[in-house]
Design a binder for this molecule. Sequence first.
Ligand SMILES: [Fe+2]
Ligand SMILES: [Fe+2]
Length: 228
Amino acid sequence: MLGATMVARFPTMSRPLRESSNLDRLLAEADRALRTVFAPAEAPDRPSPGAPHPRIEMDDTQRRHVAGLMRINHAGEVCAQALYYGQAAVARDPAVAAHLMQAAREEGDHLAWCESRLAELGSRPSVLNPFWYVGAFAIGAGAGMIGDRLSLGFVVETERQVESHLGEHLTRLPEGDERTRAVLEQMKSDEVEHGANAKARGAMELPWPLPRLMQVAADTLRAVAYRF
Ligand SMILES: [Fe+2]
Ligand SMILES: [Fe+2]
């Protein structure tokens, strides 16, 4: 209140205040990006659904294959977080921004589960995660600047594509690897719910060629993150 009165009386004070708030937001985004990409994932709200299942014996080829799949899923979760944070940063409606921030936080469990399964398999996340994060954040912010309904449409399409590739990964797991299967099944069911929530908030259907371009970007990520 005092601040608003001061700014009204002395208009020249508004610019430094605005600049400092923009700088704060920029620093907060940079901090979030660095923590997502370089720091270990925060402890998940829910324990890993794979935890009750025993680790099975795998040969090197199987272990590398499952690690490749989990590296793709981990990179996908990094992208989902970056996309939603990018969208939230420019959302016009505060309720939509809050929904996107919540959606990004909910992906945090998935990120932690994938990270811990990768560690169990003696492997590591994609070395290109900084690149995936920056690309997805830029796409999210670009979509968000066009409008909130399009932004929510991106959430629906992202969740649909993630659900579909998780379904495909479930068919490619070694027999008996219930520890990984349980993680992917829970993620798949969460993604369906995330997509439905965004739809209920008024998401618009993405116009051609956006879904196709997103599919090409996701195919590229899958091909590269499997190995790197
Ligand atoms: Fe997810
Ligand atoms: Fe999701």
